[in-house]
Design a protein around this ligand. Sequence first.
Ligand code: URA
Length: 431
Amino acid sequence: MTEPFDVVDVIRTKRDGGELAPEQIDWVVDAYTRGAVGDEQMAALAMSIFIRGMNRAEISRWTQAMIDSGETMDFASLPRPTADKHSTGGVGDKITLPLAPLVAAFDVAVPQLSGRGLGHTGGTLDKMEAIAGWQAEIPNEQIMHMLGSGPGAVICAAGAGLAPADKKLYALRDITSTVDCVPLISSSIMSKKIAEGTDSLVLDVKVGSGAFMKDLDSARELATTMVALGTDHGVKTTAFLTDMDTPLGLTAGNALEVREAVEVLAGGGPADVIELTVALAREMLASAGKPDVDVEAALADGRAMDRWKAMVREQGGDPDAPLPVAEHTHDIVAETDGYLSRLDALAVGISAWRLGAGRARKGEQVQAVAGVELHAKPGDRVKRGQPVMTLHTATPERFDRAIDALEGGYDICEEKPAVRQSVVLDRIAGE
Ligand code: URA
C-alpha cells in the first residue's frame, strides 16, 4: 500500500513547532495502529508533541482519530440515561466502587469500563478482583443486560476494540516518558470515554503530589481541555479538581480499599471518601436530569448497598465473602507527640506499590492483600509510640523498601496545623 504521507515529515513539522494538518493526524494515528508507522517513529512524534504541544483543533482531531481506530458502543437502546465518571488516578481512590451503585440506585445507568493500575496509582479492576470469584472480562451483551434490566451499574474491563490506537500509544508513552502531557492525556482519556458511548461524563481531575498534575494550573488546563473535547463530541461533560496531596480515605491497596468502599455503602466510612462520592454522584445525577435527589439517603438506607451486591453477583463475585487479609503487617509508629501535619500521597502510593499492591510491568500479578492502612490523617493528634500507619503484605521481604518509600513522607508538629476543609477544589462545567 502506498502511504499518502511520509512520517518523517509529520515528525519534523511537530518537532519544529508547526501545526499538524487534519489529514496528517488521521493518517499517522491509523498508520501507527496498523503497524505502518513504527514504535520508534511514534515515540519521536509523541516526544515532539510533549515538547511543542498541540492546539485545540489538533487535539480534537487526534481524539477523533483514536476513536475511529476501533469500535464504539451505543447505549441509546437502554431504558435508563447513562452517566460515567473518570478519575485521572490517585492514591486510595476507591470512589468508583461506592459511586457506581449509588448512582444506579436512582435509575441512572453507570458503565464503568475500567483499567488496571500501573505504577503507584491503583486500578479499579485490581481492587474489584480482591472479591472472591469476581470476573472483570464480560461480553458486551452482559454489559447491556446489567445496565438495562440488571443492577444498573457495571464495573468491567474495557474491551480491546475500544480505541485500540490509544492502547498501543499509551503503552509506548509509558516507556518513553511522554505520559504527563495535556494533549496526550486528554485525547487518551476522552477517546475511550467518547467511544464508550455514555450520555454524560464527570471527570475527577486529581491535583497534588500523588497525581499526574502536581499543581492547580496544570490540572485546570487538563480539565478544561477534556471538558471541551467531551462537549465537542456531544457528551455532557463536567470536571472537578480534587486534592491528591494526601491519600483519599484511610486505605491504599486492593482488598483494603474494597473494605473501605463497603463501609461507605453501609452508611459509614471516612469523611473525605463520603464527601467525594456524594459530590460526584450529585453531579452525575444532575447531568442525567435528576438534580434534586437525596443521595445520602441511598447510602444510609441500603439502596446503594443492594445495587452493589447485585452488581458483584452478576460478575460471579460473592459480596458477602470475607475479603483476604495479609499474613504480615508492620506498624510505622509516631516518634513524638503532636499533630500529623503532612502525609504525602506519593510516598504512601509508592509504599503500597512496593508492598505488592501495584505492578511495575504490564501483566504482572498484584497482591489483593497488600497496601497501607492509615490510622491518622493530617490534623489528627498522634502520641509517641502510636501506630500512624500499618503496612500489609503477603511477602515480608518487601517491608524494607516500602518503609524506605515513607522516609520524609510525613511530618508531626507541635501546633495544630491548618488542614484542607474540602477535597473538592473547583468545578469546571461544559458549555
Ligand atoms: N489515563 C489514561 O487513560 N491515559 C493517559 O494518558 C493518562 C491516564
